[in-house]
Design a protein around this ligand. Structure first.
Ligand code: GLN
Length: 186
């Protein structure tokens, strides 16, 4: 299995390590020609969604990535990656990839504005640790199934082969969420 990790900005190296720990192959998507060979899934990492969105457009990656996902390419978006996937961003006209039927609320989650940890039930896995860093949450879901909530806010959703997480599973000790992505979604 070969997974492309969007490597324009943000926490992409940690995702690559987790994919390797699962025994799959990881490669970095940095420019248009990186997505010309065949692969089985995409990871959109955390970082800054506005910067990543701008770079995706400038590098002529936005349309091809959107078309891959529309065509059924499995994708896991974490934190800023969730915002990239969202069809709507609360209080903002911006749409980036926009393939997932959710409304994301940016920089609005948690007691602290910075980062915090939580443990919560994740549908199909059980209780898992979650690390939130200036995280979004899912304000509403138009089509996606909600897989986890923390403090009454939805923090994980799935729609077909698209998985969106408000937290950072690449920062945990074990690759449980990457295993879930590879086994259940890809
Ligand atoms: N606050 C960031 C954004 O709006 C997301 C934070 C993250 O990815 N850790 O894009």
């Amino acid at each position: 299995m070969r997974i492309g990790v969007l490597a324009l900005q943000g926490a992409f190296i940690e995702h690559e390590k987790k994919i390797l720990e699962c025994g799959a192959e990881a490669f970095e998507i940095r420019q248009r020609r990186d997505i010309e060979k065949s692969f089985d899934g995409i990871i959109l990492p955390g970082g800054e969604s506005t910067v990543m969105g701008k770079l995706l457009n400038e590098l002529d990656l936005m349309n091809p990535v959107r078309e891959f996902i529309k065509g059924g390419m499995p994708v896991m978006g974490t934190c800023a990656g969730l915002i990239l996937l969202a069809e709507h961003i609360s209080g903002d006209e911006t749409v980036h990839i926009g393939t997932m039927g959710i409304t994301a609320k940016r920089n609005a989650y948690g007691r602290q504005l910075g980062s915090f940890h939580a443990k919560a039930l994740f549908e199909g896995i059980g209780e898992i640790p979650m690390t939130f860093i200036r995280a979004p949450y899912i304000e509403s879901s138009e089509r996606a199934e909600i897989l986890a909530s923390v403090e009454g806010k939805a923090v994980a959703a799935k729609e077909g082969k698209q998985l969106a997480l408000a937290f950072h599973p690449e920062l945990e000790d074990t690759p449980f969420m990457h295993e879930y992505f590879l086994n259940k979604i890809v």
